[in-house]
Ligand binder design. Structure first.
Ligand code: ATP
Ligand code: MG
Length: 816
C-alpha cells in the first residue's frame, strides 16, 4: 500500500472511531456547534470591548488636545510663547501626560513643556505624526509601545498656528486591553467546556435509552425473551420500548405455542409411528391378501379354462360328425356360450391383473397393417351379422413396422369395435390408424368411429369405469359385463397412451386412443404388397358408403391403379357402358353385393350386360356371414369374391389373379374366406385338416386334464399320427425314455412333476445320451411374457396359450 493511501485509510479509521455510535456523533456535532457559537460570541464581545477602550482613550486624547489648544491659542495671538511654556509645565503635572510640546507651522519646536529650562525655539522637529496632522489639519493619534502619541493642529479661522504634540501614558489602556482579552478568553474556554459537557450530558440522556434498547434487542436476538425494558422519556423512544416489550410478549406467546405444538407433534408423531407400524402390518396383510387373490384368480382362471378348453375343442370335434340340423344348432349354442364364458373369464383376469399392477406388456416388432387386418378379420362375422360396413384404414405415412404389444393392441381395438358393432344398427364402423403428434412426440392414433346410437353427454365420463353401462337396466338390448372399456383404458394407459370418446346421440360415437410410436431398430422385411404396381389397371368401384369408397380409392391409388368410384349403381353402370363404348373398358369392376338403388341379382346382371366382354373382371365384396351362409342355388356372375372388411393383401391377390377366362356361376372356389369365428365354419376347418397327409412323427401329449388329452388324441387320430399320453411330468419322462417322441405337447401346471421340471429332466437325459433334441411346446393358461419366458428358460422350444387351436397344432406338426 502506498503512503498517501495509508494516510487516507488512517484518517478514515480515525473518523470512523470518532463518529461511531449515536452518542459520540451527537457529542461531536453538539460540541462543534457550541464551540463555534461561543467562539463567535467571544470574538464579537472582545472586538466591541476593545473598541470601547480605544474610543475612551481617543476621546480623552481629543478632549485634552482641545483643552491645550484653547489654552495655547491666546498666548500665541498675544505673542507670549514663554508664558505658554509655564502653562505647559503646569499641564505636565497631570500624571498621564508624559510630554507636551508646541511645534510652529514651520516645524520648529516652539514650546517644550519641560521643567528643565526654557526651551523656546529649540530647533527643528522631525515628527511624522506632526507632519501628517499639519497636512490633514486633523488630530492624529498613535499608540506606540505604551505611549499614546497625539498631534493636534492649532487652527483658528483659516490660520494654522502650529501643532500641539503630546504623549499620554498608554499603560492604563494596554492594561485594559489585556484585561478584556484575558477575561474573554476565560469566558470562551469556560463556555466551550460547559457546552461540551452539556452536549455530552444531552447526548447521553438522549442515547442512553436507545443503548438500553439496543442491548435488550441483542439479548432478545440471542434468545433471552424473558426480559422487559422500562424507559420513561415521554417520547418516541418510550413508545418504541413499549412496542419492544409488547413484541417480546408476543414472541414469548408464540414460542410457547410453538413448544406446545412441538410437544403435540411429538405425541402425534409417536401416535403416527404406532399407526404406521399398524398400517405396515395391515399393508403386509393386504399385500398377501392381494397376492392370494391374484393367485386365486390365476388358479381359478386356469381351472376354468382347462375344462372350457376341453368343452370347446370337443364341441368342434362333435360338430364335425354326422349331425342333424337341430343337433348342429345345439352344438353351435354350446360353442357360442362356451366362447362367451371364456371371454368373460379372460376379461376378469385381465382387469384384475391391470388393477393390481401385475400386467406386463411385450415389446415386439409388428406391422400395423397386419394388426388391423387380423383384428378386422376376427370381427368380420360380427360386422356381417350386424349388417354394418366394417372399414379399415392405415394412413400411408404410418411406419410399416412398429414396436409394441400387438396382441394387447388387438384386444383394445376388438373391445372398441365390438362395442361399436353392438351399438350400431346401420351405417359403418371405421377403424382408422394414423400418425399424430402429442407433446412433441409421435404417437399412433387409433380412431374407432361408428354411426350408431351414440352416448348421452352426461354418461360419457363414466363409460370407462368398470361395470358401467349406459343402459344398465335388466331390459337392455345388449349383453356385456361393462368391463370392456375399463380393460381397454387400462391397457392403453399401461402402454403410455390415453383414450377418450366423443359422441352425439343419434349420430354416432368415436372412441380414440393413442400409444407412443416406437420403431424397431431393424424394421420387418417389406411385403410385396408395399411395392405393388397396378399401373394401367382401370378399376370401377361401386360402394354406397362414401367412407368405404374413399379408403378403397386411397388403397388402390397407392398401387397406381386408375380408380373411379361411384355411390349408386346407376352412375357406375353408365360409366361402365361409356368406357366400353369408347374402347377403353375397365379392367376390373369392384362392387358390393347390392346397391341401394339396385338389388343383388339385377346389379350383377346389369354389370354383366354393361361390360359386354370377358376382359372386364368382376370382383364382389361380400360380408363374412353372407359368404358362410350362402345358399347353394346362388349363381352370381362374378369372377371372384373378397370378404369384407377388405384386406389389402386379399384385394391385391384378387386384382392380380390370372385371368379366369370366364364368369363363374358360383364363386365358391375363389372365395377368400377365413371362417374361424363360428362353429358353423369349424367343421370346415377340421374337414380340411383331415385332408392333411398323415405324418410319420410321434407325439407325446402331457396334460393332467383328461378331456384335453382326449381332445388332442381324437384330433391326432383323425390325422393318423402316432401319439402317447401322460398325465404328469414324471410319466412323461418315462414315456420319453421309451419312445423318444418327435414332439411333446407339455402342460405346465401338473401334479407330481410340473411341465418345466419334466422339460429340464428330458433335456438333461438328451445331453447325457447325446440324443437328438425333441421339440417341446409348453401349454399354459395365458400368454403373459413371464409364462413364455419360464417355458423357454426350462428348455422348451416354444409356448402356446390354451385353448389350443387345432389349426395351430396342425401347423406345428406340419413344420416338424
Ligand atoms: P363388455 O365389453 O364387458 O362385454 P359392455 O360392452 O357393456 O360389456 P363396455 O365395453 O365397458 O361394456 O362399455 C360400457 C358401456 O358404454 C356400454 O354398455 C355402452 O352402454 C356404452 N358404449 C360403449 N361403446 C359404445 C358405442 N360405440 N356406442 C354407444 N354406446 C357405447
Ligand atoms: Mg364392450
Amino acid at each position: 500500500m502506498s503512503a498517501p493511501e495509508d494516510q487516507t485509510n488512517r484518517m478514515l479509521n480515525i473518523r470512523k472511531s470518532l463518529t461511531y455510535g449515536l452518542g459520540r456523533r451527537m457529542t461531536l456535532y453538539f460540541g462543534l456547534m457550541i464551540g463555534a457559537f461561543v467562539s463567535t460570541l467571544i470574538y464579537l464581545n472582545t472586538i466591541t470591548q476593545l473598541e470601547l477602550v480605544h474610543t475612551r482613550f481617543s476621546e480623552r486624547s481629543d478632549s485634552l488636545g482641545i483643552l491645550i489648544q484653547e489654552v495655547t491659542l491666546p498666548y500665541l495671538f498675544e505673542g507670549r510663547p514663554a508664558e505658554l511654556d509655564i502653562i505647559y509645565q503646569e499641564l505636565m503635572r497631570q500624571p498621564d501626560i508624559l510630554s507636551l510640546r508646541f511645534i510652529d507651522p514651520d516645524g520648529f519646536l516652539l514650546v517644550n513643556g519641560s521643567s528643565e529650562g526654557n526651551a523656546l525655539f529649540l530647533g527643528r522637529v522631525d515628527d511624522e505624526l506632526v507632519t501628517e496632522a499639519t497636512a490633514s489639519e486633523t488630530t492624529h493619534i498613535r499608540n506606540l509601545q505604551g505611549r499614546i502619541q497625539v498631534a493636534v493642529p492649532a487652527i483658528y479661522g483659516n490660520v494654522n498656528y502650529g501643532t500641539i504634540r503630546f504623549d499620554l501614558d498608554g499603560t492604563a489602556a494596554n492594561r485594559e486591553v489585556n484585561l478584556v482579552l484575558r477575561r474573554n478568553l476565560m469566558f470562551g474556554v469556560f463556555f466551550t467546556l460547559t457546552g461540551i459537557l452539556l452536549s455530552i450530558w444531552i447526548s447521553r440522556r438522549l442515547t442512553e435509552p436507545l443503548a438500553r434498547l439496543n442491548s435488550a434487542t441483542e439479548r432478545a436476538a440471542k434468545g433471552n425473551l424473558n426480559q422487559s425494558i422500562v424507559i420513561r422519556t415521554n417520547d418516541e423512544v418510550e413508545s418504541l420500548a413499549d412496542s419492544f416489550n409488547l413484541m417480546l410478549g408476543n414472541l414469548r406467546a408464540w414460542v410457547k405455542s410453538l413448544e406446545d405444538t412441538q410437544t403435540k407433534l411429538e405425541i402425534s408423531s409417536d401416535d403416527l409411528n404406532d399407526k404406521n407400524a399398524e398400517l405396515q402390518v395391515v399393508a403386509e396383510q393386504a399385500k398377501s391378501a392381494e397376492k392370494a387373490k391374484s393367485q386365486f384368480l390365476a388358479r381359478m382362471s386356469h381351472e376354468i379354462r382347462t375344462p372350457m378348453n376341453g368343452v370347446l375343442g370337443m364341441t368342434e370335434l362333435l360338430a364335425d360328425t354326422e349331425l342333424t340340423n337341430n343337433q348342429l344348432s345345439l352344438v353351435d349354442s354350446i360353442h357360442t356360450s362356451g366362447s362367451t364364458l371364456l371371454n368373460i373369464i379372460n376379461d376378469i383376469l385381465d382387469f384384475s391383473k391391470i388393477d393390481s399392477g401385475h400386467m406386463t406388456l411385450r415389446d415386439d416388432p409388428y406391422r400395423p397393417t397386419e394388426l388391423l387386418d387380423n383384428t378386422a378379420q376376427m370381427l368380420s362375422f360380427q360386422a356381417g351379422q350386424a349388417g354394418v360396413d366394417l372399414i379399415t384404414r392405415v394412413a400411408p405415412d404410418l411406419p410399416k413396422s412398429l414396436l409394441g404389444d400387438e396382441s394387447r393392441l388387438k384386444q383394445v381395438i376388438i373391445n372398441l369395435v365390438g362395442n361399436a358393432l353392438k351399438f350400431t344398427d346401420d351405417g359403418y364402423v371405421l377403424i382408422n390408424l394414423t400418425l399424430k403428434e402429442e407433446n412433441d412426440a409421435p404417437v399412433m392414433q387409433v380412431d374407432v368411429c361408428d354411426t350408431g346410437c351414440g352416448i348421452p353427454e352426461e354418461k360419457l365420463a363414466a363409460v370407462f369405469d368398470q361395470f358401467t353401462q349406459v343402459d344398465g337396466s335388466y331390459s337392455r338390448k345388449h349383453q356385456g359385463t361393462g368391463l370392456g372399456l375399463a380393460i381397454a383404458k387400462g391397457f392403453v394407459e399401461l402402454m403410455g397412451g390415453r383414450i377418450w370418446v366423443k359422441s352425439t346421440v343419434g349420430t354416432g360415437t368415436t372412441f380414440t386412443f393413442n400409444v407412443p410410436l416406437m420403431e424397431p431398430d431393424i424394421p420387418l422385411p417389406p411385403r410385396a404388397l408395399d411395392s405393388a404396381d397396378l399401373s394401367g389397371m382401370k378399376v370401377l368401384v361401386l360402394q354406397s358408403e362414401p367412407t368405404a369408397l374413399f379408403v378403397m380409392n386411397e388403397m388402390m391409388s397407392a398401387w397406381n391403379a386408375q380408380v373411379a368410384t361411384f355411390e349408386t349403381a346407376k352412375t357406375g353402370l353408365e360409366s361402365l357402358r361409356d368406357a366400353q363404348a369408347s374402347g377403353a373398358p375397365y379392367d376390373v369392376v369392384l362392387t358390393e353385393m347390392g346397391m341401394p338403388d339396385m338389388g343383388r341379382k339385377d346389379l350383377f346382371r346389369a354389370i354383366y350386360e354393361a361390360k359386354s366382354g370377358p376382359e372386364t373382371r368382376v370382383i364382389a365384396l361380400r360380408p363374412m356371414n353372407d359368404a358362410i351362409h350362402r345358399s347353394g342355388e346362388e349363381n352370381l356372375l362374378t369372377n371372384c369374391e373378397v370378404i369384407k372388411p377388405v384386406q389389402a393383401p386379399k384385394l391385391l391377390e384378387a386384382l392380380t389373379a390370372p385371368h379366369a377366362g370366364g364368369i363363374k356361376q358360383s364363386a365358391e372356389e375363389n372365395t377368400t374366406i377365413d371362417a374361424s369365428a363360428t362353429i358353423g365354419t369349424a367343421h370346415k376347418q377340421v374337414a380340411s385338416e383331415l385332408e392333411a397327409p398323415s405324418s410319420d412323427k410321434t407325439i407325446l401329449i402331457v396334460d393332467d386334464n383328461k378331456t384335453n388329452r382326449k381332445l388332442i388324441e381324437i384330433f391326432l387320430n383323425r390325422l393318423g399320427i402316432t401319439h402317447h399320453s401322460a398325465s404328469d411330468g414324471e410319466e412323461a419322462v418315462e414315456i420319453y425314455r421309451d419312445c423318444h417322441p418327435d414332439l411333446v405337447l407339455m402342460d405346465v401346471s401338473m401334479p407330481v412333476m410340473n411341465g418345466l421340471d419334466a422339460t429340464r429332466e428330458i433335456r438333461r437325459l438328451e445331453n447325457a445320451n447325446g440324443d437328438f433334441q425333441t421339440h417341446i411346446i409348453g401349454l399354459t393358461a395365458h400368454s403373459a411374457p413371464e409364462d413364455r419366458e419360464a417355458c423357454l428358460d426350462s428348455g422348451m422350444n416354444a409356448h402356446m396359450a390354451k385353448p389350443i387351436k387345432l389349426a395351430q397344432l396342425k401347423d406345428v406338426i406340419a413344420e416338424l
